[in-house]
Write a protein that binds this ligand. Structure first.
Ligand code: DHB
Length: 303
């Protein structure tokens, strides 16, 4: 069998498949279920300084070709989550804490608290529909630089920055994140969207707008990874519509060092991790490549 293991910012993973933020990451027991199902690493639901109830329903609509959701960042707060994580014990694979804040100070506080309990933090600067949190950091070059620099200098563990596709030039934002000290960038968070119910004559989601994920956004995510890979030297983690091993291979070849899987877990259950890693292993076995790492970015070489 060929090598599926990868190392991301010094974090060793048995395969390049990570649970994406927001999906099943709300409790340690769910993270463990995903780890046991074969994920190489897991990312929590985004955590902030204070707990949040989130929006009242409807918070998610399945469009068939993707999911549109606006949960409103529900979470128990970083302290409570970390307490639960410590009480629960080993998850079995590396854990990444997704962090959001309403200010630079809140990002720093939540990240600094979480780092003692996890292997890395991922800054959610890209939630597309909660007012005053997230996306305005990721859409402003100045704020992005400020929040990444502040978190980078406040903690020791790797800092991933999850970028929004809802900008004119995502590669520019990745360059800024790298320059500000990010150890890796994750591309992409959800695409801001809208669905309207004709019978009800109103938007499907209570928050009106939401984040689109799943198969519908795969070509957008792949394009973003490809563009970013050409501009930065830090690892790129691909995210957006990965549901088969072929999708994972496409992201790796576009330049991703690892891929995150979210909506496919909703559609197919946690068995997607073992299914995709088996497909990836079979693909490698029937090729001249001896490791996942050899695939990273090769689509650039032939162009
Ligand atoms: C939520 C946050 C996100 O970053 C996202 O992409 C989608 C939904 C939320 O909790 O509402």
């Amino acid at each position: 069998m060929k090598k599926l293991e990868v190392e991301l910012c010094g974090i060793r993973m048995k395969n390049p498949l990570m649970l994406a933020a927001g999906v099943l990451g709300i409790s340690p027991s769910l993270l463990k279920r995903v780890a046991d199902a074969g994920a190489g690493a897991v990312v929590t639901k985004s955590l902030g300084v204070e707990q949040r109830e989130g929006f009242s329903g409807p918070v998610l609509v399945d469009l068939g070709y993707g999911l549109l959701n606006a949960m409103g960042l529900p979470n128990p707060g970083v302290r409570e989550f970390c307490r639960e994580l410590e009480e629960f014990g080993e998850i079995g694979v590396p854990v990444v804490a997704s962090i959001y804040g309403f200010s630079v100070e809140e990002y720093v506080e939540a990240a600094a608290y979480a780092e003692r309990y996890v292997d890395a933090v991922e800054l959610n600067v890209s939630c597309p529909h909660v007012e005053k949190v997230g996306v305005q950091f990721g859409q402003s070059p100045e704020l992005l630089r400020e929040v990444v620099e502040a978190v980078r200098s406040a903690i020791r563990k790797p800092v991933f920055v999850k970028l929004t596709p809802n900008v004119t030039n995502i590669a520019e934002m990745a360059v800024i994140a790298e320059d500000a000290g990010a150890d890796a960038v994750v591309a992409i968070n959800t695409v801001r969207g809208l669905a309207i119910n004709p019978e009800l004559r109103r938007p499907e989601l209570s928050a009106v707008f939401g984040g689109l994920s799943g198969p519908a956004i795969k070509p957008i995510a792949l394009r973003c990874v490809y563009e970013i890979y050409q501009r930065v030297n830090i690892p790129v983690v691909g995210c957006g519509g990965v549901s088969t091993w072929r999708d994972a291979v496409e992201f790796l070849m576009a330049g991703a060092s690892a891929v995150q899987i979210g909506s496919a877990v909703y559609y197919r259950g946690v068995s997607v991790f073992s299914e995709i890693s088996r497909g990836l292993a079979e693909f490698l076995n029937s090729s001249e490549f001896s490791s996942v790492e050899e695939l990273v970015g090769i689509a650039h070489r032939s162009t």
